[in-house]
Design a binder for this molecule. Structure first.
Ligand SMILES: [Zn+2]
Length: 340
């Protein structure tokens, strides 16, 4: 099958005030924001410019500030890419929201605490294509979109926020977007996590989401979720690195073998299952496994030791996201299935 991603001829690559010649790589920063004391917040970008025609791949992580696994994944996946042998080019933004990363929180919490009424929208991930004259989140999105728009495809790496753990999963933009979404699905197949969400409902496919707006703008992209927020884990990083390298090989940008999972689970919808009772949450099912209706996913035990609720699967699916917080209150998410 031919590669359904636009190829660009070798040419100097401009990132902010830095020009990266074919056959070279650079780390640079571009202006993003100014804080109250005049401190400039800049966005760090790694660019690798190849010497032969090929796709220009956008890679981003940590648009939510506690999602650090993706930062390490991008650093390690790109460490030994030789620009002299690379086909195409790579723009990598390991920390897409520096203020949130600084706070080690999903959003730059200080901004929200300072003025909750004025901060909406709070989440840059949902504000694409952004607005350079907008609030903080919209400004961040607009700057990122300026980079994304130069590329021919993209991958946006996340983890759940603190207290959640995902299987490695590629979440596609809605197939209703047509050929661009089909190209994003092809890219996710190259990435090969073994878990793919192909849905047309829920927050991941809503207007304003990074990969959705990128795909609409002609840059096929998908969201990857992997591991757990607020933690840096060797096996998760290794898995992510393998997947990024898989994508580079699939795109024809580097030579090598792709690592493929034994099974590829394709799901149609997320189903979050919420606790009806409060207590300690004991997860029972194994993350990533297929579950039957009625199967126990988790047990909620009150603070005196009595089991007050068995959280069960209402439908057949894959147990894709566990809650790793030790406690739940009524209405909080205890588990998430990917419905088959
Ligand atoms: Zn995220």
């Amino acid at each position: 099958m031919s590669i359904p991603i636009r190829s660009l001829d070798p040419a100097p690559l401009t990132v902010g005030e830095t020009t990266v010649a074919p056959g070279s790589r650079a780390r640079t920063q571009i202006d993003l924001l100014e804080l109250a004391d005049g401190t400039k917040v800049r966005l760090s970008v790694a660019a690798i410019n190849g010497t032969r025609p090929g796709p220009r791949l956008y890679l981003g992580a940590a648009i939510h500030g506690d999602e650090v696994n993706g930062v390490a994944i991008l650093a390690e996946a790109l460490a030994d890419i030789d620009p002299a042998r690379l086909r195409g080019s790579i723009l990598s933004v390991p920390v897409q929201h520096p203020l949130a990363f600084h706070a080690d929180h999903r959003i730059p919490l200080s901004q929200f605490i300072k003025s909750p009424l004025d901060q909406s929208p709070i989440d840059a991930w949902t504000c694409f294509p952004g607005n350079p004259a907008g609030n903080l989140a919209e400004t961040v999105a607009a700057t990122l979109f300026g980079l994304i728009h130069q590329c021919s495809c993209g991958i946006d790496i996340h983890t759940p926020t603190r207290g959640g753990r995902y299987v490695p999963i590629a979440i596609l933009p809605s197939m209703a977007l047509g050929a661009g979404a089909e190209a994003a699905a092809w890219l996710a197949e190259q990435f090969a996590t073994g878990y793919v969400m192909k849905t047309n409902t829920g927050m991941y496919v809503g207007n304003g989401i990074l990969c959705v707006e990128a795909t609409k703008a002609g840059v096929p992209a998908f969201t990857c979720e992997v591991g757990e927020g607020g933690r840096l884990e060797r096996p998760i990083i290794d898995e992510g690195v393998r997947c990024v390298r898989n994508a580079l090989v699939g795109l024809g940008m580097i030579e090598g073998e792709r690592w493929l999972p034994a099974v590829n689970h394709v799901m149609r919808e997320f189903l979050g299952i919420r606790a009806r009772r409060g207590g300690l949450l004991h997860t029972v099912a194994e993350l990533g496994t297929e579950v039957e209706p009625g199967q126990v996913l988790a047990r909620i035990v009150d603070i005196f030791g009595d089991t007050v609720e068995m959280v069960t699967a209402p439908a057949p699916g894959i147990f894709v996201r566990a809650t790793t917080l030790p406690t739940v209150s009524t209405g909080e998410r205890a588990a998430t299935l990917g419905l088959l």
